[in-house]
Design a protein around this ligand. Structure first.
Ligand code: NAD
Length: 427
């Protein structure tokens, strides 16, 4: 294959991390060139130009991207990222991650992702809606229950998914859509209870499972979290409910630390009071630079922000015994190698943060049946699936002498390979 693993080792971007992990798995599974090519390349990459007119009359010229990486096991599934630096390479790498994640967690989807290159943090709600609707119009023919089903990711949320749903049903001239076009919607529009919390809760379920395997008393654990958005805030709140001390949190506004444990409910209220401007300024804590989060004295580290955050430069500062990857591709290959040498237990992203896509799958099925699942049903299925897949990966890693990331990748890639042969796409 024309991909040089060693040359890519130090490149800190999501696509290189995804390719690197795939190539190692393909080597371990002894896949030949034909099958590697079949499952490596994205099936479709689309770049869309959108020109939304904001409420003050200003016209923006934005780039948006949709990548369908693989649809062997089902239609492409993956969130919409809206940040100032998102690019086609990132979306391709993230779409590839989704292929392995949906395969590993066992839902009938392939991998996809989309992105809008704009920083939404300073936008008014109505201007954000204008951009989301412009994206939906531009992307209309690439979104559908059998094509690509988006969901929230960095910079997007439930409200945005409601606008996508409305924009599509409006274009059809109907109140409802024919099937599920988007997940993570408001419950009143066919969304599912517990979807917003699902990724963060899944992070906690896999972290608890890891503590059980390592015979660590969870109530004695101290946790540090990078990112306090959808995933990070829910993970912090949920793990605190288990009696764990969350000693440090960082987001784009800055970092805060309290060795006695941060009061997460008070912190969430602080963020509501300051108009969603982050953790900075929280009174019951000491402020630190946001980049100091990785050097915090703690047992569990939850990266739940952007990709490529744990690098060769900062990995040596890490004191945690367990890293639970709430974010997608937060660890570069070089840093990953160092974590393995230091015998730090990494719960890999495609397992750790798969709770969101699992509950998105439940939303997809309930919409088809026009039913509403209860929160008890959703939580039972989520915790059952996360724990079951955790055990599968943990046991496979132990049996084969692999890291958790290697085991998760091999299980996931092998299922996609099986799908190719089952369809008869290769002899
Ligand atoms: P979000 O936009 O709700 O929150 C992102 C958080 O990260 C914010 O608090 C932001 O301030 C912080 N952040 C960004 N860059 C940072 C930096 N350099 N240092 C410190 N903090 C930083 O996003 P989210 O939906 O919570 O997603 C977070 C991560 O989890 C992403 O990698 C995403 O791909 C992944 N993920 C999200 C979901 C989901 O359901 N939302 C599912 C699976 C994976």
């Amino acid at each position: 294959m024309g991909i040089e693993i060693d040359n890519m080792k130090t490149k800190n971007n999501i696509l290189h991390t995804s390719l690197y992990n795939f190539n190692l798995s393909a080597e371990r599974l002894d896949l030949d060139d034909a099958i590697r090519r079949k499952i490596l390349g994205p099936k479709e990459k689309v770049e869309i130009s959108i020109d939304p007119v904001l409420s003050n009359g200003k016209v923006l010229n934005l780039k948006a991207y949709i990548v369908k990486h693989n649809d062997i096991l089902g239609p492409a599934k993956g969130g919409i990222r809206m940040t100032s630096d998102v690019c086609l390479d990132d979306i391709t790498g993230l779409a590839m991650e989704m292929t392995w994640k949906t395969s590993l967690i066992g839902v009938p989807f392939g991998g996809g992702k989309s992105g809008i290159n704009f920083d939404p943090t300073s936008l008014s709600p109505s201007d954000k809606e204008i951009i989301i609707r412009a994206f939906t119009r531009g992307a209309r023919h690439h979104i559908g229950p059998e094509i690509y089903i988006p969901a929230p990711d960095m910079g997007t949320n439930e409200r945005d998914m409601g606008h996508i749903r409305d924009c599509i049903s409006y274009s059809e001239g109907t109140s409802i859509t024919k099937g599920c076009f988007v997940t993570g919607k408001p419950i009143i529009l066919g969304g599912i209870v517990g979807r917003r919390e699902a990724t963060g809760k899944g992070v906690v379920y896999t972290t608890l499972a890891m503590c059980e395997e390592l015979v660590l008393d969870i109530t004695k654990m101290r946790v540090a979290v990078q990112g306090f958005g959808n995933v990070g805030s829910v993970a912090a709140a949920e793990i605190a409910k288990c009696g764990v001390k969350v000693v440090a949190i960082a987001d784009l506004s800055g970092g805060i630390v309290n060795s006695d444990g941060l009061d997460i409910d008070a912190l969430l209220q602080h963020i509501i009071n300051n108009g969603d401007h982050g953790v900075k300024g929280f009174k019951k804590a000491t402020e630190i630079d946001k980049n100091e989060i990785f050097g915090i004295d703690c047992d569990i580290l939850i990266p739940a922000a952007a990709g490529s955050q744990i690098t060769a430069e900062n990995v040596k500062k890490i004191k945690a015994k367990i890293i639970a990857e709430g974010a997608n591709a937060p660890t570069t290959p070089e840093a990953d190698g160092i974590l393995n040498q230091r015998q730090i237990h990494v719960i890999p992203d495609i397992l750790c943060n798969a709770g969101g896509v699992f509950v998105s799958y439940l939303e997809y099925t309930q919409e088809t049946q026009r039913e509403q699942m209860t929160i008890t049903q959703v939580e039972q299925r989520l915790s059952g699936r996360m724990r079951q897949r955790f055990s599968e990966v943990y046991d496979f890693a132990k049996e084969k002498g692999l890291t958790m990331r290697e085991a998760a990748m091999d299980i996931a890639v092998r299922r996609v390979v099986e799908g190719v042969y089952a369809r008869g796409l290769l002899p």
